[in-house]
Design a protein around this ligand. Structure first.
Ligand SMILES: C[S@@+](CC[C@H](N)C(=O)[O-])C[C@H]1O[C@@H](n2cnc3c(N)ncnc32)[C@H](O)[C@@H]1O
Length: 377
């Protein structure tokens, strides 16, 4: 994908669901992240990162830091707790705008838009530390390789960069066939209340693994739902999501709380509940039965929803319907072989001090975190 297409994709994601686009926890989709909880994940990640640097015996000066692909500043804000000045850069204006709104560190934290395939925005030897996670994996490898060279260029001599990028795709799915078979039940049938239009509600769903395959925690398995109207037409594809925690052997049950949201208009509907192997398939496409729950939705009281909001919501439903397809997950994924990473670091004047496996790219990817030092002149 050309950089301009990449920019457009992130621009849209940053406008529509920025926190979920940054941290795609399936049950936080549709603006369900609590910002406090979201930023706490960044604080925990950066605290772990500093421990990891210590563990590798890598010393960093706490002067200037660059967060490449900062999104809304989840990690940038946490890095401000450790560095005098932190710069976050991102390819999407919508992300940068949101990051600026959420900045709690005043002038010490600066966010920049950068739509170039280099870091010409910064001179050589500007930063003591460069950090980037969940970014390089979403772009064509030639861009990732070029940015890695740039990370080294903008580091001061003996400065440190840490970044993550998958090295190869191992398998299309973590769940082997015929693993996509489930039985879904409403745990407390008959107690589903009438729903008010547009209101949130939680369904308690019992999930049984009816396949002969163990569901391993390495396969990202979730429960999700669609909404059908009284004619059986799909009006909202992909509404709520909740992950299934841990492993489930054939025949075993798990209970999940699925957060859903009622349609904006009153009427009779069917909630269709299904399972998903994220990034791979809805179980229904593999022949697994879905759970259909008929519900009555009460119309909203007149004139309580502003006209502008109704227009927004109608647009959103239309867009989501247009996007509906059997393969969930909007993000492109790419890998950069380990030898190419080492080559890019060394030709930029750096050395790879440590490499660790990590799992942020999800099932199916061999993925590494690199600890890099710029050679002292
Ligand atoms: C999944 S988010 C991760 C954000 C952040 N690193 C975090 O972990 O909270 C990826 C971010 O990288 C940004 N991005 C993608 N390609 C980029 C590029 N070429 N240059 C700068 N930012 C980019 C996207 O706009 C998006 O905000």
């Amino acid at each position: 994908v050309a950089l301009e297409d990449l920019r457009r994709t992130w621009e849209t994601l940053g406008r529509e669901d920025p926190l979920w686009a940054v941290l795609s926890n399936p049950n936080k989709r549709n603006n369900r992240w609590d910002p406090e909880e979201f930023f706490r994940t960044g604080e925990a990640d950066i605290a772990d990162l500093l421990d990891d640097l210590d563990r590798h015996g890598l010393q960093i000066n706490r002067g200037r830091c660059l967060d490449f692909g900062c999104g809304v500043g989840r990690l940038t804000q946490a890095l401000c707790g450790y560095f005098e000045r932190v710069d976050g850069i991102d390819i999407a204006q919508s992300m940068v705008d949101r990051a600026r709104q959420l900045n709690r560190h005043g002038e010490r934290c600066q966010y920049h838009l950068n739509v170039r395939n280099d870091l010409a925005l910064f001179e050589d030897a500007t930063f003591d530390f460069v950090y980037s996670v969940i970014v390089l994996q979403h772009m064509a490898p030639e861009y990732a390789e070029a940015y890695i060279g740039e990370f080294v260029r903008v580091l001061v001599p003996a400065g440190i960069a840490v970044f993550q990028v998958p090295s190869r795709f191992i398998g299309p799915q973590a769940l082997p066939e015929p693993g996509h078979q489930a039985e879904l039940r409403l745990a407390a049938p008959g107690v589903l209340p009438r729903l008010a239009a547009g209101s949130p509600c939680v369904l308690t769903i019992e999930v049984k693994n009816t396949s002969p395959v163990q569901w391993r925690s390495s396969a990202l398995l979730t429960v999700g739902n669609h909404w059908l109207d009284d004619q059986g037409r799909m009006i909202s594809f992909d509404d709520g999501r909740i992950a299934i925690a841990g492993e489930l052997n054939p025949g075993e049950l798990s209970v999940v709380e699925l957060p859903i949201r009622a349609p904006m208009r009153g009427g009779r509907y069917t909630i269709e509940v299904d399972m998903v192997e994220e990034g791979v398939a809805w179980f229904a496409t593999k022949g697994s039965p879905t759970l259909a729950i008929p519900v009555e939705v009460d119309p909203p009281p007149r004139a309580t929803v502003p006209l502008r909001k109704i227009r927004d919501l109608t647009g959103r439903v239309r867009r989501r319907f247009a996007d509906a397809g059997p393969q969930p997950g909007p993000f492109e994924m790419h890998a950069l072989p380990r030898e190419s990473v080492v080559g890019a670091v060394e030709s930029g004047g750096g050395e790879v001090c440590a490499v660790e496996e990590c799992d942020v790219s999800g099932p199916g990817w061999e993925n590494y975190r690199y600890f890099v030092r710029r050679r002292a002149r």
